[in-house]
Design a protein around this ligand. Structure first.
Ligand code: FAD
Length: 211
């Protein structure tokens, strides 16, 4: 007798919890096949992204490997980005996986399902404000947090150049004073002190300002 296949797309806070419970309750007992699909190989708890952005947290130390977690909890993991859905045929299409050089690692794939759960989360809304998407950093994914961290270190490098006026003050603007914005401001303050202790003199704690 065939068992139903339950596919969950998105291994974030909601999806990961769901496949873990389904896997333990149904997958391990062979009552259903549970499949998690995510575009990333690992999960990191999003509320930690501001720590990744400032370099306080090495995401490699805190992230969970979906493959290993799946094995331990009775579900299967299929890496890929959802790019198509055929509700009549009950199939998903996953985009090809490319390596850093753009070479194809895995081609486009079709994945059948009996029950489908979409838990792909959300991203920040820029409300169409001109210039925001081109010029601002966002903190919705580990990749974006990492990009911010690299940019921040590059700015420190520039400010440390011999020709740089040591009195110049760098201003970081943070839009959104919720938990993430406030915690990011505090982490940036700490990061500026730490980098100062490493010899990056211009951005001293008393001359840095996050607004
Ligand atoms: C910086 C930050 C700080 C936060 N701090 C807090 C906090 O302190 N407290 C709190 O309660 N909440 C906080 N939140 C909100 C909380 O993280 C979200 O509410 C929660 O993560 C939503 O869970 P989710 O499962 O719906 O989506 P997410 O956790 O966003 O997961 C979505 C998943 O779907 C995957 N995905 C997306 N599109 C595709 C696709 N096409 N194909 C395959 N996979 C896809 C993504 O890779 C991701 O793994 C914070 C959010 C952010 C960004």
């Amino acid at each position: 007798m065939s068992i139903p296949r339950i596919v969950v797309v998105g291994g974030g806070a909601g999806g990961l919890e769901l496949v873990t419970r389904l896997g333990r309750r149904l997958g391990r007992r062979g009552r259903a096949e549970i499949v998690l699909v995510d575009r990333h190989a690992t999960h990191i708890w999003k509320p930690l992204l501001h720590e990744v952005a400032t370099g306080v947290l090495d995401s490699g130390l805190d992230e969970i490997s979906y493959q290993g977690h799946a094995r331990a909890n009775g579900y299967r993991f299929q890496r890929g980005t959802l790019e198509g859905l055929d509700r009549e045929a009950r199939t998903l299409t996953l985009a090809p996986i490319l390596d850093d050089d753009g070479q194809e690692v895995l081609p486009s794939r079709t994945l059948p399902y009996d029950e489908l759960v979409m838990s792909v989360g959300s991203v920040s809304n820029d409300f169409g404000t001109p210039g925001v998407s081109e010029h601002c950093h966002f903190l919705d994914s580990p990749g974006q947090a990492e990009a911010f961290r690299k940019d921040m270190l590059n700015v420190f490098l520039r400010y440390n150049a011999p020709q740089q006026d040591t009195q110049t003050r760098m201003v970081v603007g943070i839009v959104g004073a919720g938990a993430t914005g406030v915690e990011l401001a505090a982490e940036l303050y700490d990061a500026s002190q730490m980098l100062h202790s490493y010899g990056f003199t211009p951005w001293r704690a008393n001359t840095s300002k996050s607004t």
